[in-house]
Design a protein around this ligand. Sequence first.
Ligand code: MF3
Ligand code: CO
Length: 262
Amino acid sequence: MAVMLKSLQEISRLRQAGRIVAETYEALRPYVVPGMNTVELDKIAEDFIRSKGATPVYKGYGARPARSGYPAIPAFPATICVAINDVICHGFPGAQQYLQEGDIIGIDVGVRYNGWVGDSCVTFAVGEVDSEACALLDAAKRCMELGIEQARSGNRLGDIGAAIQMYAESHGFSTVRELCGHGVGRSIHEDPTYSHVGPAKIGLKLRPGMVFTVEPMLNAGKPDIRVHADQWTVSTADGSRSAQFEHTIAITDGEPEILTQL
Ligand code: MF3
Ligand code: CO
């Protein structure tokens, strides 16, 4: 598959989808508190998205039959992906899962509006969190911002990963390798796919009209991952906590445009 460059009109459609993603976080934010149930959060997100005439992208996505050596993967069952503490990403909301004071929770939201997709992730602190969690959240957000700063015409995908990896490791955190940034368009996952680590100056050269995510995941401990038996939930292999921030961005002639913010 090739990287599809988006026209200005297509980017304006992607902007509308991205705006609904950003608004969904504003709808969720007051409910990200101790005692809240994650299936309830999922319902708030789904109701909000549908009230805007959009649809959740993840719900029903990604089913695959078993193939030699690999188990079947069920469709993702929910509107939001939930990642509490040592979960890195792609966790399911759970009827028995309640937020507790001191947790960190990553909430990933994807919507489709008029055929175009927006994809974002925010990690929230639940009530008061300890100093390591604060530092991890700050660093993960900063890594996303530094990655986005590198997303300029003429730079390469490796420049994004290098900026992220450098900042994460210099703050005592590690960067997940296996889960990647990806192109976004009519589909949630398009080319290019790239890892949030360096080296700089390698990889695809960025050009105006490219639209993709910057979505670093930082672990407090080692970078290694573990995939759960549900085939979706990814957590840290060492049980350390993990935090993620993600925006969908467009490459322009100048500053990158963040499509999933208000
Ligand atoms: N932002 C995540 C990703 O790009 C969310 C995907 S959830 C899935 O992988 F259900 F679409 F897989
Ligand atoms: Co994504």
